[in-house]
Design a protein around this ligand. Structure first.
Ligand code: HEC
Length: 130
């Protein structure tokens, strides 16, 4: 009887743990920008932004007007728009780059770029609007 209760308890704990991990908003809150606004990070992010081909879609200045933009089925965000960007938290941008955006052309970069590089990109994007 006790053993059954213990098993049920363990099962519940595992379920709660797993649902906690896959609960997207909770999960996304757990990452934190390690160096917000850092000038060196912004510079590294700019180099990555150009070398990783982000500009091909997002545009050289991040306005959403890259050479591929017109042929994409979805509209691109404007990284230079303060109004648009303040509605996104740093972890939102981070996870968009890590995982990409399903059902859109936004690729996932989590396999080829380290976490720090992705934060460099986030900090660069943050520097594009006043
Ligand atoms: C092939 C085109 C393409 C490339 C290359 C690309 N993106 Fe995107 N990106 C998109 C599209 C399309 C969206 C919009 C997805 C949506 O509607 O949710 C997007 C969305 C995003 C977002 C989410 C913005 C928001 O609205 O919250 C971020 C951040 C982002 N891209 C960063 C990058 C970075 C950094 C790179 C390069 C490492 C990159 N993207 C490369 C097409 C691209």
């Amino acid at each position: 009887m006790l053993a059954t209760a213990a098993k049920a308890g363990l099962f519940l704990a595992v379920v709660l743990f797993l649902s906690g991990c896959t609960n997207w908003p909770e999960f996304s809150k757990r990452v934190e920008n390690p160096y917000p606004g850092d000038v060196a990070a912004v510079a590294r992010g700019k180099t990555l932004y150009l070398s990783q081909g982000c500009s091909v879609c997002h545009g050289e200045k991040g306005k959403g007007d890259g050479t591929e933009a017109a042929s994409l089925p979805t509209r691109l965000p404007d990284f230079t728009s303060r109004d648009q960007m303040i509605t996104r938290a740093d972890p939102d941008l981070f996870w968009a780059i890590v995982r990409g955006r399903e059902k859109t052309k936004m690729p996932a970069f989590g396999k080829q770029l380290s976490e720090n590089k992705i934060w460099d990109l986030v900090n660069y994007l943050r520097s594009l609007y006043q």
